[in-house]
Design a protein around this ligand. Structure first.
Ligand SMILES: [Zn+2]
Length: 143
């Protein structure tokens, strides 16, 4: 699958079976799945959320959405701090098929995926503390 580096935006090709081996960017050497949210699209969203060995929390957002812009730094700071979860973002305007499949009607919507299953989902921007607690609960409750 093709994954954009969240640090330098170079597209990297990663084999799905090697996604659990903390892949790094071929250009800048930084981790592809840690430190900053990864931008997913219709072609890599399903693959990554199914293949990732860690749960993947996705922020469904759009450029015109004020609450999404307000929440973005909360999400980015959590991504910089936590390595138990992969942080990803989906631009709902650029990727309408993903939004339609998941029946996303309001943004921001946050959802946690693991092995293709939805572990938790919430609509609306959360303050940092509540987002952190919600995410911890979602990933610790998984079977
Ligand atoms: Zn890079």
């Amino acid at each position: 699958m093709h994954l954009p580096c969240p640090h330098c935006h170079t597209t990297n090709r990663v084999l799905p079976e090697r996604i659990g081996e903390a892949p790094t960017c071929g250009r800048c050497g930084k981790p592809l799945l840690a430190g900053a949210p990864l931008a997913l699209n219709e072609s890599n969203f399903a693959e990554l959320t199914a293949a990732s060995t860690k749960p993947v929390v996705v922020d469904f957002w759009a450029e015109w959405c004020g609450p999404c812009r307000g929440f973005a730094p909360v999400f980015a700071q959590a991504a910089a701090r936590r390595d138990d979860v992969v942080f990803a973002k989906v631009d709902t305007d650029a990727n309408p098929q993903v939004s339609a499949q998941l029946a996303i009607r309001s943004i921001p919507t946050l959802a946690v995926f693991h092995r293709g299953q939805v572990l938790a989902r919430v609509s609306g921007a959360l303050p940092a503390g509540r987002f952190d607690a919600w995410l911890t609960q979602a990933v610790t409750a998984r079977a």
